[in-house]
Design a protein around this ligand. Sequence first.
Ligand code: UDP
Length: 244
Amino acid sequence: MNEKIEKLINDKGLRLDGRKPEELRPIKIEVGVLSNADGSAYIQQGKNKILAAVYGPKELHPKHLALPDRTVLRCRYHMAPFSVQERKSPAPSRREIELSKVIREALEPSLFLEYYPRTAIDIFIEVLQADGGTRCASITAASLALADAGIPMRDLVAACAAGKVDDTIVVDLMDAEDKKGTADVPVALMPNFNAITLLQMDGDLTMKEFEKAFNMALEGCRKIYTLQKEALKAKYLNVKEVEE
Ligand code: UDP
């Protein structure tokens, strides 16, 4: 289907879904959506639909994997077979193993791992529907699920990508832009520290283009951070209303 699309940016400078280059997709975030997990969050970012669930800190099995001075953070990013146009095998792919690792590494700096020696914290990410930028949306949701589990954190982690399509630098690429574009730069940020916890680049950019894409992604992270805080607040206001 995507092969038929020739121009990703039209004559008015707008993208396939009508967005301006610096515009994010519509984002809806909900915290505490699963009653059986210690913490959870759900994000819709454009057509992406992603659930994140957290268990822990809890006893780690097998015990020989436990660390004497800190908790072991484990992360599984998984795409449902029905999440993409062509059925995806439910078995973990190389891509999912890589994404599980980079997502874990993007979240780790935000946690006080040394608070919980000999334990584990598990993060499960289920992509129900994918449309580009799922690693970033997963980080955004997983960070909220960790906060929802009551795990002390230095800051939330917000993530957003930017890239280049048809010679234009754009933020928050959807699948068609990701596949047909020339570059994709996913970034994760702890906004209060101005600390980057993920920076990848796929494709080719000049130094100038990279700088523009990087700054656009950072701006996207800051906008998403505001939405994360609103979603967390909404959950606790809701709890208060139920109790009253
Ligand atoms: N995708 C797909 N089939 C797969 C894996 C990915 O159609 O088996 C699509 C999906 O929409 C995903 C996009 O390709 O969001 C881009 O994947 P990438 O590896 O760049 O990671 P992401 O942008 O999701 O972080």
